[in-house]
Ligand binder design. Structure first.
Ligand SMILES: *Cc1c(COP(=O)(O)O)cnc(C)c1O
Length: 394
């Protein structure tokens, strides 16, 4: 079945994106900031009790950061470079967290000197560095969670520690003069199983209870990201995520919710982007070959790295009309044999697609532009064009 663009964009949004796209030569990314605004407002409405810390890494562009600054968002920051950029936009460090558990002592000192006072950790070495370089800071502890099988881009292995270790670290933090405030987790990006939050929240409840027995009251749950963007693999609606997750919280915490933080990246910015590419070449490897290769002017090294292992299945849309469709192996333009986006997952495209036709990669607003390499094979980073939010018409 061919992709229907209206399953992904409203008619008006698509019209605006197409009009912007018509003005540029491929490849490039169009980001519609109105969609980001809508997604932020929707999230605030669905989780009225939560504070949003935008995961800057998903799209660190100034245009996105300024929009979210003005909407009142907070920011989850992973490096001193992200910090410098967010600070340069006049954002109060009280609205920031240092969410990366992998950091140098000098980076901790830098964040502390700039006024950031909320740190994530998952190990004793890092915790001791925080105690030394950011004395008295608020710290939350990241635990390992399940859900790696049902997330399209798992995040729990490199990050997080066992709940028992988190308990030890909380008690050590108190001894070290820090303010241990809560527990965090990330159930994996593009998490399709909402139940992953259920078991994570239950672990947090266990940790809270255990520590209360030790005279230590935690007051924060950072539920990370993992909320979906609209790709080919179906997910539930955001409203279903919100209803279910709120229910899990109520089951474990009654009406007395701790402070709740969400750190969305993909779900806020993913759908705002459309990467526009052009067919460079269509070929076959032998006269009897059954596979057709479709080479585009953008690939894994120009923004599509999340096709790694064919993890994220972006919807591809091509204007060339009519049936039949054909399945192509889809590859990028560089001289690297890894620069193949889809070989096993086949995205149906019009059989009569030809060199020069445009192929639109829908839902590419997250984890694309900032992942684009600087000059591999000389290709420049992918240009990005922003559409400002529309003022409502009378
Ligand atoms: C990447 C990241 C996020 C964002 O995750 P999404 O699945 O894109 O929403 C949130 N928190 C932390 C700590 C992250 O590293």
């Amino acid at each position: 079945m061919r992709i229907d663009v209206l399953d992904y964009y409203t008619k008006e949004d698509w019209k605006r994106i197409k009009a912007e796209a018509a003005r540029h030569e491929t490849p490039f990314l169009v980001v519609d900031l109105g969609i980001v605004k809508h997604k932020y407002e929707e999230l605030k409405e669905l989780f009225p009790f939560a504070k949003v810390y935008y995961a800057v890494k998903a799209n660190p562009a100034v245009e996105v950061l300024e929009l979210l600054r003005d909407l009142g968002s907070n920011f989850d920051i992973a490096s001193r470079y992200e910090l410098d950029r967010v600070l340069s936009l006049g954002i109060d460090p009280a609205r920031m967290s240092y969410g990366n558990t992998i950091k140098k002592a000098t980076d901790i000192a830098y964040f502390h000197s700039k006024g950031v006072n909320l740190f994530a950790t998952d190990s004793e070495g890092d915790l001791r560095n925080i105690a030394k370089e950011a004395p008295g800071a608020r710290v939350f502890f990241r635990i390992l969670t399940e859900g790696g099988e049902t997330a399209d881009w798992p995040l729990s292995r490199k990050f997080g520690c066992h709940p028992d270790m988190a308990i030890d670290l909380v008690m050590l933090a108190r001894e070290l003069g820090l303010k241990p405030c809560g527990i965090s987790f990330h159930v994996g990006s593009q998490q399709r199983d909402i139940g992953a939050w259920d078991s994570a929240i239950a672990k947090v409840r266990y940790i809270f209870d255990y520590l209360e027995g030790e005279g230590l009251k935690l007051s924060l749950i950072n539920m990370g990201g993992g909320f979906p963007a609209n790709y080919i693999s179906k997910t539930n609606e955001m409203t279903t995520y919100a209803d279910e997750i709120s229910r899990y919280l109520e089951e474990d915490f009654g009406n007395d919710f701790p402070e709740i933080i969400l750190e969305p990246g993909r779900s806020l910015v993913g759908e705002s982007g459309v990467l526009v590419s052009e067919v460079v070449l269509i070929s076959q490897k032998s006269s009897m070959g059954v596979d057709k290769w479709l080479y585009l002017d953008t690939g894994k090294f120009n923004g599509l790295i999340e096709t790694w292992d064919e993890s994220i299945k972006y919807p591809l849309y091509c204007e060339a009309r009519g049936e039949p469709t054909e399945d192509f192996i889809i590859a990028g333009p560089t001289c690297d044999s890894q620069d193949v986006m889809y070989e096993y997952f086949r995205n149906p495209l019009p059989a009569y697609i030809k060199t020069g036709d445009r192929v639109y990669w829908l839902t590419t607003g997250a984890y694309t532009s900032s992942y684009s390499s600087k000059e591999f094979n000389g290709f420049p980073p992918i240009p990005v064009y922003y559409i400002n939010p529309q003022t409502p018409q009378q």
